[in-house]
Design a protein around this ligand. Structure first.
Ligand code: DAH
Length: 343
């Protein structure tokens, strides 16, 4: 029996050495020390022993039990230490590593420019309105005093979606939508995308952006238009900016003007300036006094009310401000380009 006990001990200690996890230890405890375990089943045979042998074997069995228990405890401790070590190793933070910056999105340069422009016009009392990009011939042309056979239609190559439906070629369509849905006094801007069947190159894109402005009230004059546009130009390009009004033609305004500002890059001092091509001026918008026919189309009496309107090209203003040499960059969504404008 003593031999058997020693064997149990040897086998238990050997098995413990190889136990790799705490649950293995528990299985071994059951196997050797449990109610139906090896040691217990030996002890159950103690009755067969003589009275002298019994305490000796009993003592040995207790000693071996204690030894195995001890061993299990030690092994458990070791396994816990190991697990802790592993955990620490995996969770180690190298505080000398550089931090990882999280990328944040930024505004598109067109939106930065547009936001600035909206701020300026809001400060002058303008509302911002929206209009549809798919328009009817009436809003985009006819009500703007461009009848079917008018040569002015050739000024703009139009994408037609059907007989009467088209992609708006100008935000001016929003003038009509506004005047047919609101009563004067009107003071709005309408920014948005416009479309023309233009060949794509560094300065042309079939989709681009305009900001339409419209003021209708009693006693509005060309002087008011000049005041607003001069103020706008100076806020965008700085106090010293000169503003030039050139007579022009648009079917929906009379008189019509085109507005140039002194070149923000060279102020007219560089004959080989890339921004103004050496002219000293850049054209930023078309404008004029709303044609009486347009007011009439919208049910507004031109004897009682007058108004002015303007249309600003947003893309051109943005490329000049940021010295972007090719308009296509604004539409390609190349992150390497866009990231440079993060405010
Ligand atoms: N719609 C014109 C264009 O696309 C720009 C324009 C000129 C708008 C004069 C106006 C205006 O409101 O009064 O070329």
């Amino acid at each position: 029996m003593k031999e058997k006990l020693e064997q149990i001990k040897e086998s238990a200690l050997e098995a413990l050495k190889n136990a790799a996890a705490e649950k293995d230890l528990e299985a071994l405890r059951v196997k050797y020390l449990g109610k139906k375990g090896d040691l217990t089943s030996i002890l159950k045979q103690m009755g067969k022993l003589s009275a002298e042998e019994r305490p000796v074997v009993g003592q040995l069995a207790n000693k071996i039990r204690a030894e195995i228990e001890n061993n299990i405890e030690q092994r458990a401790e070791k396994l816990r230490e190991k697990a802790q070590e592993l955990k620490l190793q995996n969770e180690t933070v190298d505080v000398t590593l550089p931090g990882v910056r999280s990328k944040k999105g930024g505004l598109h340069p067109l939106n930065i420019m547009l936001d600035d422009m909206i701020d300026i016009f809001r400060s002058m009392g303008f509302d911002v309105v929206d209009g549809p990009e798919v328009e009817t011939d009436f809003y985009n042309f006819k009500a703007l005093n461009v009848p079917d056979d008018h040569p002015a239609r050739d000024m703009q190559d139009t994408f037609y979606l059907g007989e009467n439906l088209l992609l708006r070629t100008q935000t001016s369509a929003a003038q009509i939508r506004t005047m047919t849905s609101r009563k004067p006094p009107i003071r709005i801007i309408c920014p948005g995308r416009v479309y023309r069947a233009d060949e794509v190159d560094a300065t042309h894109s079939p989709v681009f952006h305009q900001i339409e402005g419209l003021v209708v009230d009693k006693g509005v004059t060309l002087c008011d238009l000049k005041g607003i546009l001069e103020q706008f130009a100076r806020e965008i390009y700085g106090e010293g900016t000169e503003v030039k009004f050139r007579p022009s033609f648009f079917p929906f305004t009379e008189p019509s003007v085109e507005v140039d500002v002194s070149c923000p890059e060279c102020r007219g001092k560089n004959s080989s300036c890339r921004v103004c091509k050496g002219t000293g001026w850049i054209e930023i918008l078309g404008a004029g006094m709303v044609h009486p026919n347009v007011l009439r189309h919208c049910g507004i009496d031109p004897e009682e009310y007058t108004g002015f309107a303007f249309g600003i090209g947003l893309d051109r203003l943005t490329t000049t401000r940021y010295k972007i040499s090719d308009i296509r960059l604004l539409f390609e969504n190349d992150q390497r380009f866009l990231e440079q404008f993060d405010k």
